[in-house]
Design a protein. Sequence first.
Length: 576
Amino acid sequence: MASGKTESFRERKQRLRQSFIEQFPGRLAGARELLAGLTLGSDQRAELETLHLLFHTIKGSGASFGFDSINASAKAAEQVLREVLDQDARVTERLILDLDQRLRTLEALDLALDAAAGPDPGPSFEIPARQSVDGCTSGRLQRLVYLCDDDSVIAQELSGQLSCFGYQVIPFVTLDALRRAFQSERPSAIIMDVIFPEGQDAGPAVIAELNATIDRPVPCVFISSRNDFSARLQAVQSGGNAYCPKPVNAVEMAEILDQLTNRSPPEPYHILIVDDDPDVAQFFSMVLEEAGMVTRVTNEPERVPDTLDGFDADLVLMDLYMPKCSGPDLARVLRQMPGYLSLPIIYVSSETNAERQFKALEVGADGFLTKPLAPERLIAEVKLRAERMRTLRSLMIRDGLTGLFNHNAILQLLEVTEAACRRTQTSLCMAMIDVDHFKSINDTYGHPVGDQVLMALSRTLRLRLREVDLVGRYGGEEFAIILVGVDAAYAKSIIDELRADFAEVSFFADGFEFHCAFSGGIAAYPQFGTASALVDAADRALYRAKRNGRNRVEIATTMTDVSAKPVPPGGMRNEH
């Protein structure tokens, strides 16, 4: 580090690549020595496993640092050894010749390694560690994560990348060091390699060992150069929550860690119970509420639509036989209402005739539970189906690339939020932001790099904004933000700081470093009194920011926005 300044992400990455280059000849020498010690016809499983692990490590490092030729040759040698180890582990002349050829290829590559070692082809990025404005710092920052990989270069490089996403990552290169740290302080999550010198499945074995000593397992993400079913199965059986083949995409890993270490308790499931017998309905309600769910009860089927309106039910639990309106009739009514086409419906009845049960399910119900019903089963069945509904709903309202709310969802949330602010007389701001010159980024570096830019921006927004703020991908490179309880000036200060921070993010692609910026427009309620007026005003202010030079934030006013150029429906523009 020069002049006492903190080493940048790019500098750390380049230093780790250089460390790999320096270690590479020694690793090849070790492989050559092991190969020379092999004896034809002998069973040398220990030596072959050591050689396999060495090629495996070279392959993983080569892939992670963009050395495709090294990765390909080491992978071929590793596969040859794996086939032998899976059989009788005997040394043959063909095996020695094959390994010698692969090793010679790697040794020849070493002579040209310096020339090949340009900047990491990326793309990757770094989010600067800066303080946010008051009230905007997320509680998701600095969660402790242990990373264990016997390749020190990969361990250091991935740790450095994840630290840019707000995680405190401590790397370990031995399993014993991880064990000692785990006993001293338990992390929020563990990232674990699969293969170690101790064995092909040593990583999963240690995770199973550690989790056996505690009441609640620590979330674990396995990483490995192996991507076969056997490796994935072993990881799952050892308690793994996710699996990432090497080279690891730091953005995807950060997303996984976000999900696994989310400290916010899940929103309790909302269950509507419909039964003409009040006592039975209240019993079911009592059982489910004891399990932490929120219930509403109605004994009159005709009141179900009104009850559902505003309750946001995850599931309806209904009797099969009710006077005036049977369970199947009520299910038909709900399925004809657009908002409840996919709402899970479960019948609870003493009906045991299989034909009648199936007939009742034909109208669009999702399950049938027979009375008498043990409380444990009721809880399990309701929880399972409600959880699936939550997952499906999330997929329907989330953008696939960024994980933010999609266009339709953010507009619906704006309408709901605006109505709530109207009732409570609370201030509200709508911000529209758009990446500057995004078409040029795609044309210059390719769409995958453009996607990385969008993911970096979306992650910056989620990390830096408050938990109560709502963020959506409005379309293309345009994002919408709903800020409750702030006026236009304060909203502008928040978005302006985000804009300044994002302009400092370093992106890397094809050996080049570049930076991006965004422009923003702010509209405030009640100056603009409806959801559609807020969107239109914020979008016009955004256009004015573009017209006035980009990389800036403007506040919408009725006077200055009258002459602004109209924006096509959906907020999409041809030139940014």
